[in-house]
Design a protein around this ligand. Sequence first.
Ligand code: FPP
Length: 227
Amino acid sequence: MVLPEHIAVIMDGNGRWAQRRMLPRAAGHRAGMKRMLSLTEHIFGLGIPYCTLFALSAENLSRPKEELDELFELIRIYFTEQIGPLRRAGIALRVVGDCMLLPAATRKVIEEGVRAASDGAKGTLALAIGYGGRQDIVSAAEKLAEAGAQITLESFRESLSTGGMPAVDLLIRTGKEKRLSNFLLFESAYAELVFSDKLFPDFTCRDLDRALSEYAKRERRYGKIET
Ligand code: FPP
C-alpha cells in the first residue's frame, strides 16, 4: 500500500467529546492527548517519516484563560514526559508556529524539549503550537525580504516554519468540520484531504488505517493529465 511521506492531522472535537459526557472541556483535551500518543506511535510504527499535528492555533490563543491554562499544562506534561520515549524511538521533535505568542514558562519547556529531541533517524514529529498558516506565510516573506534573498518556490518553502519537511501528502481532520482552519496552507497545496466525523478522542488507529487506505486509492495528478 502506498503510504504518505508526510501526514498532518487537525485534532478537532475535544471540547464536544467532553461536553457530550458532561465533563469540562479540559477532560476532552486530556483524552485528546492520550489519543495523540497512540496515533503518533502508530504512524511512526508504520514507517511514515513526517507527521504534523495541529495542537494549538494562533487563533485558539484567544480562548478563555481557564482552557488555555489547561492546554499549557498539557503541553508542559507532553514536553517533560515524552522526550525520552521520542528519543528512544528515534523521532525528532519540532514545533511549528510562533512560540512568542505563548507564556514564557511554556516557551521555556518547549525550547528545552525540542533541544533535547532535535535528532531522530526514524522520523520527525512537528507540533503546531501558536500556529497560523497565513501568519507563517507572511513571516517567511518577511524573512526572505530582510535577507534580500531571491523568492522562489524552494526558498519560500524553506523559510516557512515547516522548512526542511516535505509537502503534506495526507491531511486528516477529525470532528466533522470540513475546512482547513489556517493549517499548513502552503504545505497542503496538493494534499489529499480526509475528513472524519469522529471527535478526536474517539479517532482510533483503525480509523487512521482507513484514512490511509483511502489515501492509497486516490490518484494524485498534481494538475497534470495522463499521457
Ligand atoms: C481542538 O478541539 C483541539 C485543540 C484546540 C487542542 C488540541 C490539544 C490536544 C490534542 C492535546 C494537547 C496537545 C499537546 C501538544 C500536548 P476543540 O477544543 O476545538 O474541540 P471542539 O471543536 O469540539 O470545541
